[in-house]
Design a protein around this ligand. Structure first.
Ligand code: G6P
Length: 471
């Protein structure tokens, strides 16, 4: 069995001070890695991923292009592909993150964007080359009749390419993002829209996080390729849940407890806490979240001094100028709230931008309210993780555009993510909830959030794929 994804379960940094350049291995980030880490050290499974920086490339060189050392991967069998850095940059920053991510999250400001020009076509050629590199590596690695699970929007063409090389394989594709509705998807040039869909339909099975994204995909196939295009591919839905066992164990280690004490000191005694944890990602809607919090302080002065918004916005995709600008805007708005409302004893927004998993878990444990307000999100695991860990039972303010909405809506305060006034009202209601109702809701949220833990999510996909005839 093979898994293929751009980001793998491990990433390396090169410590240039060390003699010979010591390599440090770290766990990869993001929802995809959290879900797939459940594979664990299975001797039959190889995870094929891309080298993402100089540290990764050095690790590949030292491994002679073969499997990475066990000690770095927790026993998981991982093969990293050293794809030409310029090709990778065009495919990842150019096509995957600046085009496909924008299409599926509907992020374009359409009077000026997108512009599909000669530069875009050059990047598209790199996206094809990058997908071919994966298809060839998978074809080489796979035993007769093996199952291959290809992940996400970086690798839409790989299933079709792999099918051509190895008709014996069972190929699955899984999308960790939303899928755009046809009218928006068709912003893409016609030939490229068709190539992406045909590439994915090269899989025996294409699966999604929610029914909504699966329905959008089939609607795109019908609109772009015609109603018969879906006849050879099965569509699946697997709503990835939180890993309660892992989270509870990890969140009770001493490094998390230490960070709870530090956070409590930052928050101040007797105050409510509104927590959010995100990559600093355009689709996460962090700025409108801050504006809603500001509105709350305006509309309900009784919360001043009595609540703190703990916002962790970790660096992401900083090669892209729009992400750097967005990060600056998040800081600016947070500083503005602090200077306008703060007092000597109260900092209304505690913003941290340095990635720290243990501190995220500490914030989850302290949360009274979790704010998850993306403008569009494949699932959003934070919405599922906070209710599992919050000690007092947290209330959830949740965007109706997050995949998690399908499963959590009954016990959340749901909002239109663009409506700052509505979000402010939801924050007020969530903060005002009595302790019993809050605990009850949190219990039901946690149960819904953990209904399909990662190991089962993965096994369900594998089993469904193995039941199909290849091709
Ligand atoms: C989303 C995508 C994943 C991706 C993650 C982190 O969850 O669906 O494929 O790995 O974001 O983004 P990055 O660009 O840092 O890999």
């Amino acid at each position: 069995m093979l898994v293929a994804s751009n980001r793998g379960p491990v990433s390396y940094t090169l410590d240039t001070d060390g003699e010979g350049g010591a390599l440090r291995a770290r766990r990869g980030g993001g929802g995809l890695v959290s879900g797939l880490s459940a594979i664990g050290p299975d001797a039959r499974a190889v995870w094929v991923c891309a080298a993402l920086g100089d540290g990764d490339r050095e690790a590949v060189r030292r491994a002679g292009g073969g499997l990475l050392p066990d000690g770095d991967t927790g026993g998981q069998r991982v093969r990293m592909l050293d794809i030409d850095p310029a090709v990778h940059a065009d495919a990842y920053n150019g096509i995957a993150n600046s085009v496909l991510w924008f299409v599926h999250h509907m992020l374009y400001q359409t009077p000026l964007e997108p512009v599909y020009d000669a530069e875009f076509r050059r990047q598209w050629a790199s996206y094809e080359a990058y997908n071919r590199a994966f298809a060839e590596a998978l074809a080489e690695e796979a035993a007769e009749g093996a199952a291959v699970l290809v992940q996400d929007y970086h690798l839409c063409l790989a299933p079709g390419m792999l099918r051509a090389l190895r008709p014996d394989l069972r190929i699955g594709h899984f999308s960790h993002t939303p899928w755009a509705p046809p009218d928006y998807f068709r912003l893409l040039p016609d030939d490229i829209a068709a190539a992406l869909l045909n590439g994915m339909l090269g899989a025996d099975r294409a699966a999604f996080l929610t029914r909504r994204w699966a329905a959008a995909f089939t609607a795109c196939c019908t609109a772009v390729l015609g109603p018969d295009s879906l006849s050879d591919t099965t569509i699946g839905v697997h709503g990835l849940g939180a890993d309660a066992d892992f989270l509870r164990e990890r969140a009770h280690r001493p490094d998390v407890t230490e960070r709870m004490a530090a956070l409590r000191a930052e928050i101040g005694a007797g105050r409510r806490t509104i927590v959010r944890v995100d990559r600093t990602e355009l689709s996460k809607n962090i700025v409108r979240g801050l504006l809603a919090y500001r509105q709350l302080l305006d509309d309900h002065p009784e919360w001043r001094e009595n609540v703190v918004h703990v916002a962790f916005a970790y660096p992401s995709r900083q090669d892209l100028a729009v992400y750097r600008d967005y990060t600056a805007e998040v800081r600016r708005v947070a500083d503005d709230i602090n200077s306008r409302y703060g007092t000597p004893g109260w900092t209304p927004v505690v913003l941290h931008v340095k990635d720290d998993f243990a501190r995220s878990l500490a914030a989850y444990r302290l949360a009274d309210v979790a704010l998850v307000n993306p403008i569009r999100d494949g699932m959003n695991l934070v919405a599922k993780e906070v209710p599992v860990l919050s000690e007092e039972g947290c209330a959830l303010v949740l965007s109706r555009e997050a995949g998690a909405y399908e499963e959590l809506r009954a016990d959340a305060f749901t909002v239109n993510p663009y409506d700052v006034l509505e979000t402010a009202r939801a924050l007020h209601e969530a903060l005002s909830l009595g302790p019993e109702e809050r605990a009850d809701r949190a219990k039901r949220l946690a149960a819904a959030a953990t209904a399909l833990p990662p190991a089962q999510w993965f096994m369900d996909q594998l089993r469904a794929l193995e039941e199909l005839q290849p091709g």
